[in-house]
Every structure is written in structure tokens, then in C-alpha cells.
Design a protein around this ligand. Structure first.
Ligand code: SF4
Length: 63
């Protein structure tokens, strides 16, 4: 499982960070930083919920 973030689309709204702060953080530049781009399988549900919460669909989960 791999997380991809499109910073051109990210609006820095922070929903991902609120849902899964171990994996996402809004940086000082106002765009999302992915803290762990290859989460262990046990985190799938949690990460999927955060990806789905992004209002501008800037996050993708592959694998
Ligand atoms: S929820 Fe989407 S728009 Fe908001 S910080 Fe995360 S990736 Fe960016």
C-alpha cells in the first residue's frame, strides 16, 4: 500500500491530518506532507478513511 499526495491539488485543509495524524501533516508551506508513504497493512482502514476525507481528492492509495 502506497500513499500518493498531489500537492498541486491540496488546499491545506487538514482533514487528512485530523483523521490520521501519524500519516499526514500540513506543513508550514500549507501543503500536505505524507509522514509514512508506505504504511503497514494493519493501517489500511485508517489511512483509507483519511484519503477519503480529503475534500479535493488530493490523496490516492495504491496497492
Ligand atoms: S485533506 Fe486534502 S486538501 Fe486537506 S491537507 Fe489533506 S491532502 Fe490537503
Amino acid at each position: 500500500m502506497k500513499i500518493a499526495a498531489d500537492v498541486d491539488t491540496c488546499q491545506g485543509l487538514g482533514m487528512c491530518e485530523a483523521m490520521a495524524p501519524d500519516f499526514f501533516e500540513v506543513g508550514e508551506d500549507g501543503y500536505v506532507d505524507v509522514l509514512d508513504a508506505a504504511p503497514a497493512e494493519e493501517h489500511r482502514k485508517h489511512v483509507m478513511a483519511a484519503v477519503a476525507a480529503c475534500p479535493v481528492s488530493a490523496l490516492r492509495l495504491a496497492g
